[in-house]
Design a protein around this ligand. Sequence first.
Ligand SMILES: [Zn+2]
Ligand SMILES: [Zn+2]
Length: 140
Amino acid sequence: MQQQANAIVQTLKARGLRVTPQRFAVYANLLSRADHPTVEQILTDLNKDFPVSSQATIYSSLQALREVGLVREVLLEEGVSRYDAKVEPHHHFCCRQCGAIEDIAWNNFQCIELKNLRPGLRGETYEVTVQGLCDRCIVE
Ligand SMILES: [Zn+2]
Ligand SMILES: [Zn+2]
């Protein structure tokens, strides 16, 4: 645990971020989960042992972490920002019933050819979102 805490502090410092308790807590929280939480969900979680956190504090910590590339924003539903500490390219599966989101490894969909775009467009990146039902929601 202590070792993990040191690793987080080192990561933040290596990106030139001042280590504040809030940034530390937000990043540690995101690293510990894979469910792509919203600001509200992070707040609920942190308030268990960090009762002074406000949504604005969490939001500004997230912005700082995003600016240095440690966290990314994931927009899968209109108007809902979710956050992900997994910044390497990957795709998402989104359950249309319960809203669960999980990562899909990048090389599961390698077949998309950006050069198939019409002439004049220059594709740079893409990401697949698969909508469907997760195992818990499939009623046998
Ligand atoms: Zn589901
Ligand atoms: Zn993800």
